[in-house]
Design a protein around this ligand. Structure first.
Ligand code: GLN
Length: 482
């Protein structure tokens, strides 16, 4: 779908209150998907009422009345925020994250908070204290599949029409991979364009807020509001490019995209062959030229990511000690025991595993061998991206090595899940922008995602190219949607 649902909503003669009520009815009907963990019923209806009044007076704000779903790691003032974790206890922030505040200032209506893997750690939205989210798309043999993760709640909500659009975060693929699994569009801006202030941290040098929408145009509409410099985030930077919406009208502009030669050797399968063939076919139709490029160090991206992200996580999550706030085990006899018991019961198994691995890589004696080496690899990867992107407007490659998988993939081996991130994490290491767009339906009846990967700060080119491909792909949702 390439037309903009947000534009229809914003320019149409709609009753925002009526629409918001309909969304809540549908959310109730599709409760089994477990896309939302907290509904913002009263706030949403009040804001919808205010919005209707503004719209009537022709004083509409840029996103006036737009029903949006918010991943549960954005702090929302007065609304329970869990990041999928028990350790936050009943945390109700007194403040609003920078990005959600921007959306509210533009008139958006938040329907509720969406499910996610605990602290963003996962690729399936199974690892949440709220239980798993279900992908509204069903495999043609009837198997239920995961929505991807960690922003699986946001992606499932958009795919099942439980919001016009959603926001989430992407540390190593958490917007793009769930978007691919659910058949919607995920957009991760260049690192630093959307402020991380008020977002519950996972890996701070990688985390980046972004969007999950039904079309590239909708992503541009939201991101034009969300992207802004924020003095409260020291890594926030000015975006100096053209507005993302203006990039939708690239018209006859001739784009060239690169396909990195090394990717075919990274993982190969029948599915990936299908994605490559389809991507080439679509570029041909969209009059986009393809050139080979090279990313010589890309095969080191996955291990480097899992060292850097976990090291940062172990440091970020040290603050949850059962003393200052959040879940606290009351049965302990002394301070150390309180820390141990609170952290053992408050964090899920995957988060505990990652804290241990991250702490190990940072510990003296291992730091040089793991963390330091991984940061050197990261630098090489960044340089590779910069060099490759000098010759092309963007690069393309599959979002994930498989379509959405069944529940319990990593029941016996956590590494199987980490491997699912092989195509998304290099982009976070390089800090560049990327979109995942649905380009078809595979033999198993599930959506296929393609990434468009741009140069740093050239988010507008990603929008322009993704929009062109989206138009010729003419993706239609499979009829197996549940
Ligand atoms: N699946 C990756 C991880 O578990 C990425 C998650 C994310 O982007 N938050 O680290």
């Amino acid at each position: 779908m390439s037309e903009s649902e947000a534009t229809k909503f914003l320019t149409g003669d709609v009753s925002v209150q009526g629409e918001v009520k309909t969304y809540f009815e549908r959310i109730e009907e599709k409760k089994h998907l477990n896309a939302y963990v907290t509904l913002m019923h009263d706030e949403a209806l009040q804001r919808a009422k205010d919005s209707d009044e503004r719209r009537k007076k022709n004083k509409a704000l840029p996103l006036d009345g737009l029903p949006i779903a918010v991943k549960d790691n954005f702090c929302t003032a007065g609304v329970l925020t869990t990041a999928g974790s028990k350790i936050l206890g009943n945390f109700v922030p007194t403040y609003e994250s920078f990005v959600t505040q921007k959306l509210l200032d533009a008139g958006a209506v938040f329907l509720g908070k969406t499910n996610m893997d605990e602290f963003g750690m996962g690729s399936s939205t199974e690892k949440s204290m709220h239980g798993p989210t279900i992908n509204p798309n069903v495999r043609s043999d009837g198997t239920q599949v995961v929505p991807g993760g960690s922003s699986g709640g946001s992606a499932a909500a958009v795919a099942a029409d439980l919001a016009v659009a959603a926001i989430g975060t992407d540390t190593g693929g958490s917007l793009r991979q769930p978007a691919a699994f659910c058949g919607v569009v995920g957009f991760k801006p260049s690192y630093g364009h959307c402020s991380r202030w008020g977002v519950i941290a996972y890996g701070s040098s990688l985390d980046q807020p972004g969007t999950i929408t039904k079309s590239v145009a909708d992503a541009a509409i939201l991101l034009d509001v969300m992207i802004a410099r924020d003095p409260k985030d020291s890594t926030s930077i000015d975006y100096e490019g053209p507005s993302l919406q203006s990039a939708l009208n690239a018209g006859s502009k001739k784009f060239t995209v690169g396909i990195p030669e090394e990717l075919a050797g990274l993982v190969s399968s029948q599915y990936l062959e299908y994605v490559w063939d389809r991507a080439k076919e679509l570029c041909g139709k969209a009059n986009i030229e393809i050139k080979p490029v090279s990313l010589p160090h890309i095969r080191y991206a996955l291990p480097a990511y899992y060292i850097i992200a976990l090291s940062e996580a172990s440091s970020n999550l040290a603050r949850y000690d059962g003393m200052r706030y959040g879940y606290s085990d009351q049965g302990a006899n002394n301070l150390i025991e309180r820390y141990e018991r609170s952290r053992s019961a408050g964090f899920g198994e995957e988060v505990r595993r990652r804290i241990l691995l991250g702490t190990y890589s940072l510990s003296s004696g291992y730091y040089d061998e793991y963390y330091l080496r991984a940061t050197k690899v990261r630098r090489k990867i960044k340089e590779d991206f910069d060099a490759a992107l000098q010759h092309v407007d963007a690069m393309i490659w599959p979002t994930a090595p498989t379509t959405a998988f069944a529940f319990g993939l990593d029941a016996t081996d956590p590494l199987t899940m980490y491997l699912e991130d092989v195509f998304t994490v290099p982009i976070n290491l390089a800090g560049v922008p990327a979109a995942s767009i649905p380009i078809g339906v595979y033999d198993d009846g599930l959506p296929v995602g393609l990434q468009v990967v741009g140069a740093r700060h050239r988010d507008a080119d990603v929008i322009g190219i993704a929009h062109k491909i989206e138009k010729v792909a003419d993706y239609v949702r499979p009829c197996t949607i549940g």
